[in-house]
Ligand binder design. Structure first.
Ligand SMILES: Cc1cc2nc3c(=O)[nH]c(=O)nc-3n(C[C@H](O)[C@H](O)[C@H](O)COP(=O)(O)O)c2cc1C
Length: 173
């Protein structure tokens, strides 16, 4: 898959007010008895929860580096998903596939987002946008056992380590 950051930068340089990402990822399904893809073109677009981890990374990288507002899309099915995208840096989100099984789903997601924010004591949703790797109130005073160092808090964690080091690779690479 192409690296979306330079594409988003080019869009911003060309005057885009915002970019939306991601679209579907290419995939296939095979009828092994017929030795053929079930899709006439041999592939089709994969959407829904399966693509969320990849989409979330693309959004986080772009929001951090492209200097243009990002609309986060890909696999959003719960209010938790919405809030993850906001923390990754999206200033808005789109809900696609989940509308196929329930067209009113986004309305309930918005209500649930409001409830979750209130439960966390967040009065303005904008306070959450782009806060990846910033200290969260829930972590204040706690160590970071995930790094094997109980005395070390999140404030000391190098920022967005994974975003910097895991360079995207093409399908060929
Ligand atoms: C049936 C279908 C049709 C789509 N048509 C378009 C389209 O015409 N233009 C577009 O930019 N994206 C289109 N998409 C991509 C969605 O806008 C969205 O980027 C993608 O499905 C990932 O989000 P989701 O997991 O919430 O569905 C389509 C997706 C699906 C499943």
């Amino acid at each position: 898959m192409a690296d979306v950051v330079p594409i988003a930068r080019a869009a911003a340089a060309g005057g885009a007010d915002a970019v939306s990402l991601v679209n579907t990822y290419l995939g296939t399904a095979i009828d092994w008895r017929r030795r053929r893809s079930v899709f006439p073109r041999g592939f089709a677009g994969l959407s829904g929860p399966a693509i969320k981890p990849m989409a979330l990374l693309a959004v986080a990288r772009t929001a951090k580096a492209a200097g243009v507002p990002v609309i986060g899309i890909g696999g959003i099915a719960t209010a938790e998903d919405v809030l993850e995208y906001l923390v990754a840096g999206a200033t808005a989100v789109q809900v696609g596939t989940s509308c196929f099984w329930d067209p009113a789903h986004p309305v309930r997601l918005a209500d649930e987002v409001t409830r979750l924010l209130a439960a966390e004591g967040i009065s303005d949703v904008r306070d959450l946008v782009g806060t990846l790797d910033r200290e969260a109130p829930a972590d204040r005073g706690r160590g970071d056992p995930g790094r094997g160092d109980p005395g070390r808090g999140d404030t000391e964690r190098p920022p967005a380590e994974s975003l910097r080091t895991a360079e995207p690779r093409t399908a060929e690479g």
